[in-house]
Design a protein around this ligand. Sequence first.
Ligand SMILES: O=C(O)CCC(=O)C(=O)O
Length: 272
Amino acid sequence: MKTELVREQIDFYRENGFIKIEDFLDAGELENWRESVEEAVKERKGQKMPGKDVKTGEEDGINKEADYFKNVFDQLLNLWQTNDKVRKLMLDERIGKMAAELSGSDGIRIWHDQALIKRPWANPTSWHLDTPFWSFSDRRALSIWVALDDVTLENGCMFFIPGSYKETTFESPQIGKNVGEIFNQYTQFKNSRSAPAVMKAGSCTFHNGLTIHGAHANMTSGQRRAMTCAYMPDGNVYNGKPNILPDSYLRQIKVGDLLNNNEQNPLIYKSH
Ligand SMILES: O=C(O)CCC(=O)C(=O)O
């Protein structure tokens, strides 16, 4: 794994709110990631996340209109909690260190992982922000997105609005069918030029959760598979949004409590 970051990469991320790392995984590692994710997804039998009954593609209270959204992607969360191979991949301290360096935090916890599989002819992923949906509010929060297939303009590559994370807030429209809805809220980016993240399988991007981003439709007969993980800088507190936290955990916490439970949000890196 290419986990060493140089100053220019960190500076690029801080300026733009995203960075692409070509050949993040070598061929053998890519094969391992593909096999591990495939096994973990199969084991789930469609269950979207541990501790909840929702199946991927069903209405989940966030995304209405299941008919449309089930054809955006198959979304399976927290595979690290149900599969040991994915657990090993996700809890890798080296990736945590990268996330810490990019975000400027001294510790990194997993918020949630997710496999995002665009099936053939899948709908686009509307432009959106991530952090406003999460149970903590930190402008440094970020995600890694690892390409398990070659990602092209044709099959649903991600796009970013460079620099947008510096101006967006924790206010965001729901992720609806209208691809460009967010630009009615953040009108200053209406004329921005978007940056596509075309990359080979095994490459990855990191993006800040407040960077405006989305993905093309899959206009091909093949899959576009990605394994992703969202990260919470250590030291964050509960903001009252349940998001993906299981009911049993929500019963134990109140707004303002530290989110430091290693069963739910493992600390994968600490700088000292
Ligand atoms: O893979 C996609 O289509 C969108 C991914 C995304 O929005 C994310 O990882 O934050």
